[in-house]
Design a protein around this ligand. Sequence first.
Ligand SMILES: NC(=O)c1ccc[n+]([C@@H]2O[C@H](COP(=O)([O-])OP(=O)(O)OC[C@H]3O[C@@H](n4cnc5c(N)ncnc54)[C@H](OP(=O)(O)O)[C@@H]3O)[C@@H](O)[C@H]2O)c1
Length: 329
Amino acid sequence: MRYVPLGASGLLVSPICLGTMTFGTPVSELDAIRLTHAALDLGINFVDTANAYEGYARVLGSPGGAAEEILGKALRDRRDRVIITTKVAAPVGPGPQDRGLSAVHIQRELDRSLRRLQTDVIDLYMIHWPDKMVPLEMTLQVMDTAVRQGKIRYFGVSNHAAWQLCELLWLADRSNGPRVVSSQIALSLLRRELQNELPFCEKHRIAVTPYQSLQAGLLTGKYRRGASPPADSRGAEKPDWVWKLDNAMFDRLEAIEALAKEINVPMSQYALAWTLAQPAVSSLVVGAKRIEQVQDAVAAIDVAIPPEHFAKLDAICPPPWRHGDPVRG
Ligand SMILES: NC(=O)c1ccc[n+]([C@@H]2O[C@H](COP(=O)([O-])OP(=O)(O)OC[C@H]3O[C@@H](n4cnc5c(N)ncnc54)[C@H](OP(=O)(O)O)[C@@H]3O)[C@@H](O)[C@H]2O)c1
């Protein structure tokens, strides 16, 4: 495994980070523990979870915790081999303090995450979503306290815009607070809306750790036009977690697959390699149900997209409009 810097943190992480959102269901506790151990044996040293994750059992406001608990068991005797990241902000109960970014909620949930993960310290603690009610100054103060208490080592954000990262850096400068080190965003060949924010992260050495670069399995080629989703796939088991498949989507998927065939790699590896090649991208948070899927993701690290393919991919999956581009339409 070759390891890459996680922004300016000094940490070196594997370019594939194991996602745990499906630990519990459909990935049973035993399978999740085996999967985690197999990932570590392949050289993966970066694992992503959240206080809210509990597999397919998750509904908005349900208590979460299942994935962290399973991960805690899996890492009990190998804690030092991994960088653990977990998140806070999503609703985990019906009460007014069961969500968001108040100090009450963050501090309570941080202690719960530490307990479930069976660790004294979380390496990278992430704000899962912005909370419109809470100014970023307040969030930074809570993170600063957690670093000083030794409960977290670094903090990052997820689903934040570049202007929010900019404000966090500016506030950290003014208050001598901790710098945001990473940004976890949705980014795949099919989901490029945030691509124009990557140069900001590159300039300020904020590591981008995209999620759903396989677009929940769509970019693996397992879903075929005119056929039902394969049994045992997310499309069959949890269709509301997979984008709708229509003819326009199959046109795109088939065109991407044809390009992957040109270089003799599976579409899944091709899609991951494209995301890894984007500016500021450090490590992809990839979900897996089986060990072969983790092996497949790790193999993508060595795949290089031919330079002439990037423009062809732009024609299939257009990039977002940039200042200076001709006005479309
Ligand atoms: N920060 C956030 O807001 C946020 C949001 C969502 C996710 N995440 C993180 O990102 C991680 C990944 O998300 P995700 O699982 O939804 O998306 P994903 O990585 O795009 O999709 C993973 C799913 O695709 C299928 N798959 C993977 N490799 C495959 C292969 N080689 N061949 C065929 N199928 C394959 C598997 O599902 P099946 O086999 O069941 O079809 C697997 O569970 C999560 O675990 C979580 O850690 C973060």
